[in-house]
Design a protein around this ligand. Structure first.
Ligand SMILES: Nc1ncnc2c1ncn2[C@@H]1O[C@H](COP(=O)(O)OP(=O)(O)OP(=O)(O)O)[C@@H](O)[C@H]1O
Ligand SMILES: [Mg+2]
Length: 344
């Protein structure tokens, strides 16, 4: 349904998006996730037709909608896409119903059809009761629902979201994730969702593209990324909590045996044990923080710049300044080269 090939965007000499390629089927919920400045919004703007690629192509179904190599693209209004930003400006002088009605009017839909469709989408988002209110008379979360209702009203085939929930409080954000997925399913659309929050990505996505420095570090399902991270960046970016990377040079002798001396060894938090006492094969860390998670304890220790997090059943009682000893499994879950490339 959406296929991008070698998509590139250069601002002056800076490559914001650097030869990205992937494809997702109809109905996919693709999440683009990565740190600030990695090119997520630029990518989404190229999908929306708001930004002409410097190279590469965007295809929706069988249609090429942007061709950076030839330097042309189809108008945003002719792409059958809907777009919601973080700062979803509703039209302040129009009611909720008026806001949702506007794109239908622009599309030339008849009045009775528009009325029916407005009622339908307001009901889908649970905001029928707000139809006659103005944007300044409803809450931030309600405004967000109106923005989504307005986006889906004209039945776009592709829904584009740029950090749409980041203005909401934590609880509402979690509720709205479910809500958005429900809307996505109900419309049958293909969605592309941008966030810097890996938890949001991992909970919502059917497909994830992890971006870093304008490049795709890995493309896959949330399960694949956690089970089989392709790079050191992905290993430490996804998962709750993410995996730990320990330089082989810092490992206890027994553990380092047979491993490449300059490599990074990956250990999953759930496979590390903790103790207040040192043992032959444990590593000593300064206790940094502990928090309860689902009946277990998430425990973080530091050794210089190295931070290691374990999720354990029986955590020793620790205070700042105490030492904690982590027992690592004999074999690391993965190995990475110093440049982040996966070795094994
Ligand atoms: N119009 C522009 N001119 C020059 N540089 C730009 C322009 N738009 C974006 N950039 C640069 O391209 C890079 C990617 O920007 P982009 O907005 O895509 O990042 P992002 O991943 O969405 O980040 P954030 O999570 O902070 O929103 C950044 O370094 C940004 O400064
Ligand atoms: Mg952005």
């Amino acid at each position: 349904m959406i296929r991008i090939e070698k998509l590139t965007k250069t601002f002056d000499t800076f490559q914001a998006v650097d030869h990205m390629s992937f494809e997702v089927p109809q109905g996919a919920f693709l999440v683009l996730v990565g740190p600030s400045g990695c090119g997520k919004s630029t990518m989404l703007r190229m999908l929306a037709g708001l930004e002409l690629p410097s190279g590469g192509t965007v295809q929706f179904g069988d249609d090429t909608v942007s061709d950076g190599d030839k330097g042309w693209m189809i108008d945003p209004a002719k792409r059958n896409t809907g777009l919601v930003f973080q700062s979803y400006a509703l039209w302040p002088h129009m009611t909720v119903a008026g806001n949702v009605d506007w794109p239908l009017k622009v599309a030339g839909m008849s009045k009775p059809d528009r009325q029916a469709r407005v009622s339908e989408v307001l009901a889908m988002l649970g905001i029928e009761a707000l139809a006659a209110r103005y944007p300044n008379e409803i809450s931030g979360g309600q405004q967000q629902r109106v923005a989504i209702a307005r986006m889906i009203a004209p039945r776009p085939a592709i829904l584009l979201f740029d950090e749409p929930l980041s203005n909401l409080d934590a609880k509402l954000r979690v509720e709205m994730r479910t809500e958005l997925l429900r809307v996505h399913r109900a419309t049958g659309a293909t969605s592309v969702y941008v966030t810097h929050d890996q938890v949001e990505a991992m909970t919502m996505a059917s497909h994830v593209a992890v971006l870093n420095g304008g490049k795709i570090e890995q493309f896959g399902t949330p399960e694949e990324l956690v089970r089989d991270p392709a790079t050191a960046f992905v290993a430490t970016f996804v998962g709750t909590p993410p995996a730990n990377l320990v330089p082989v040079s810092m490992l206890p002798e027994q553990h380092a045996k047979g491993l490449r001396a300059d490599a990074l060894a990956m250990y999953r938090p759930e496979n590390i044990t903790s103790s207040a006492e040192a043992s032959a094969n444990s590593m000593a860390f300064e206790f940094a923080e502990a928090s309860p998670v689902a009946g277990r304890t998430m425990l973080t220790g530091t050794q210089g710049p190295l931070r290691v997090t374990a999720v354990v059943d029986n955590a020793p009682r620790l205070q700042i300044g105490d030492m904690v000893h982590f027992g690592l499994p004999e074999t690391p879950a993965a190995m990475f080269a110093p440049n982040g490339e996966r070795l094994s």
